[in-house]
Design a protein. Structure first.
Length: 397
């Protein structure tokens, strides 16, 4: 007699049962967590020369650029002329370490790379053992820009601390040099679509003329991607204020990527995830329950008209972490933001409508009887109301 054996039902699931789900989650979070470089239109360029105390160039020096928030590092080596270059640096705060054989390691702890910035940072190494490190904390003040373009950078603190009606960042554009809130395209008016106390998001915006050019010739970029409504000359997707890291307003220059407009270029950079979980939540409320009673109204007057306005949202970012599967610290990050707006208000609209007496006596006047003769010639159904016995009699014949 042949003895059959059966595998326990739960044994097949153990070990490899959900491997495809694990791979799918890792790939999905990996693609969503990696932030694109923005087609090299939002990133900065950091370069410089490595020399010793006598001014002689040092070839073969290793330069490491580490982002302070994510600890993601990029490396470059100086060439025979002592020149190093980081051609695409995401805007943010960095620390730079330079090491070479026979010299002390030199670390610059504070280096700010702005939107589309071109920074020249020369480093002087001292002779000594590689185990010794020289830390420079004020080198960032000596960093010079190598570009001839005209531009102004608006940082995170200015974006968050200054009051903005409707939480729209374009109201800060007029703070930049060369920006004038005058419409040069259609009429000499203030180029601001003002929603007043309502402050409708994405409808409340400033549209200034930059360097005397047409105010509809401005280009809006979001993380290096074109975000411009070329019909109206404004953005397509409004950035969330708490999700913005900084933005830069540049005058038109000779760079090829900005050749499609004559005005300014508004380059917005959003935040990215860091090694620590961070976020924000907000709720701005306007409601009639907070309004005081009208002092000129009597005590029997009705309550204020219903008015409800809510602007709310949240942002969250951090490292991608899957328990027992993947730890994305120093490698993979995510950033999510959402903002909503709800508005409800009752309004009164007055119309003049005829009374029942008007409807019955409209066609009883001598003038109306003449009109009825013309109406009889129209071949279309029409309602016969009370009081029009003359018309009813003629229809019966």
């Amino acid at each position: 007699m042949k003895k059959s054996t059966k595998r326990p039902a739960g044994r097949r699931v153990q070990g490899t049962g959900c491997w495809w789900l694990q791979v799918f989650l890792i790939l999905s979070f990996g693609v969503c967590g990696v932030r694109p470089g923005g087609a090299l239109t939002a990133n900065a360029v950091v370069s410089g020369h490595i020399t010793d105390s006598t001014g002689a160039v040092i070839p073969g020096a290793m330069v490491t650029l580490t982002e302070s928030d994510t600890r993601v590092a990029a490396k470059a080596m100086s060439n025979n002329e002592g020149l190093y270059t980081f051609p695409s640096v995401k805007p943010g705060n960095y620390a730079m370490t330079v090491s070479a054989s026979g010299f002390n390691n030199t670390t610059i702890t504070s280096l700010a790379a702005g939107v589309q910035a071109s920074l020249a940072l020369d480093v002087v190494l001292r002779i000594g053992a590689a185990t010794q490190t020289v830390t420079v904390t004020d080198q960032a003040t000596d960093v010079a820009g190598t570009s001839s373009e005209l531009g102004t950078q608006i940082g995170e603190h200015q974006i968050h601390d200054l009051p903005l009606n409707g939480r729209n960042f374009t109201e800060l554009l007029t703070l930049t040099p060369g920006a004038s809130p005058i419409s040069t395209s259609q009429s000499n008016k203030v180029a601001v679509n003002d929603q007043g106390v309502l402050g409708v998001p994405s409808a409340q915006f400033s549209q200034p003329a930059i360097q005397g050019q047409i105010n509809r010739e401005n280009l809006y970029l979001l993380d290096g991607v074109v975000n411009t409504d070329f019909t109206n000359g404004v953005y397509v997707i409004p950035p969330i204020i708490d999700d913005m890291q900084e933005f830069k307003v540049q005058s038109h220059d000779d760079k090829a990527e900005y050749g499609s407009v004559l005005g300014g270029v508004v380059n917005v950079v959003t935040k990215s995830g860091t090694n620590s979980l961070h976020g924000a939540a907000w709720e701005f409320v306007r409601n009639n329950v907070f309004d005081a009673r009208d002092s000129f109204a009597d005590e029997y007057s009705s309550s204020p008209s219903p008015y409800r306005q809510n602007q709310f949202g949240a942002t969250v970012g951090g490292p991608v972490w899957l328990p027992h599967l993947y730890n994305g610290r120093n490698h993979t990050f995510f950033q999510f933001g959402y903002e909503g707006w709800r508005y409800s208000k009752s309004s009164e609209i007055l119309y003049n409508v005829p009374t029942s007496g008007n409807c019955e006596a409209t066609l009883l006047t001598p003038f109306s009887l003449k009109i009825s003769t013309i109406l009889q010639q129209l071949r279309k159904p029409r309602m016969v109301t009370r009081g029009l016995s003359l018309i009813k009699a003629e229809h019966r014949t």
